[in-house]
Structure formats: C-alpha cells, structure tokens
Design a protein around this ligand. Structure first.
Ligand code: HEC
Length: 110
C-alpha cells in the first residue's frame, strides 16, 4: 500500500476545507392558477370572491360533489373559518353558502 505523501495529504486537506459545493439555486414556476369562481348574480358571489380564493383557487369548489347539499357547503364554509381562519364575516355566511350551493352543489340550475 502506498503511504500518503505530504503533498497528497495537503491536497486532501485543501479539498476538504473548501467545504460542500455551493447550493445550486433552482427555480420552479408553478402553472398559472386560472380557475375563478363561477360568476353569479347572487350577492354571495362577490362575498365569496373576497374571501374564498385568497388561500386557494376556485378549483377546490369544482372538485366537490355536484349533489352536495346546502348543509355540506355550510359545513365547508364553517370549516374554512374555524380551522383555517378564513376571514368570513358572520353576516356574510348565509349569502356565501347560498351562492356555493347554488353554483357548485345540488341547487345548481344547469
Ligand atoms: C385562510 C385560508 C383559506 C381560506 C380563506 C379559505 N380556505 Fe378553503 N381551504 C384551505 C385549506 C388550507 C384547504 C385544504 C384543506 C385540506 O387539505 O384538508 C382548503 C380546502 C378547501 C376545499 C377543498 C375541500 C376540502 O375539504 O379540503 C374547499 C371546497 C374549500 N376550501 C372551500 C373554501 C370556501 C368556500 C372558502 C370561503 C368561504 C374558503 N375555502 C376559504 C384554506 C382556506
């Protein structure tokens, strides 16, 4: 076995003292979030726009069961408020729930 030379040892020490390679900065561009709330003439539409898409897109509404009842949307809206602290005014709750069940739930007219 070859004994390490002084030069070899120095080279190793230098290589180690250089530390880890600098982190490569990677950027990731998420696809644009284009799903908007479905427009409606109901007063809850504007109110939902004001609060319901500040954390996530309206895509979440689209993936809910189309036969969901008003009670389902009531529970969902309350869950957003109590669990995630969605800034929904109590006075706006009913309008928002009406809008959601009429637009995404079993009250859909289409
Ligand atoms: C403060 C942030 C915030 C706001 C505001 C908010 N949400 Fe959410 N919402 C979340 C988070 C976080 C999740 C993901 C929950 C999970 O993965 O369990 C979510 C998930 C959902 C889902 C998917 C179903 C589910 O149970 O995960 C729906 C539908 C939804 N939100 C509706 C709404 C509606 C309607 C409003 C307006 C009243 C609203 N959100 C406002 C944070 C928010």
């Amino acid at each position: 076995m070859k004994t390490p030379t002084l030069l070899g040892t120095l080279a190793l020490a230098l290589a180690l003292s250089a530390g880890p390679a600098p982190a490569v900065v990677k950027t990731y561009q998420a696809p644009p979030d284009t799903v908007m709330l479905t427009p409606s003439t109901l007063p809850g539409y504007a109110k939902a726009q004001a609060v319901c898409t500040s954390c996530h897109s309206a895509e979440y509404m689209l993936y809910q069961p189309p036969n969901a009842t008003r009670a389902y949307w009531d529970a969902m809206t309350h869950r957003m408020k109590t669990v995630f602290h969605a800034n929904v005014d109590d006075a706006d709750m009913a309008d928002i729930i009406d809008y959601l069940s009429a637009t995404y739930g079993n009250k859909q007219s289409k």
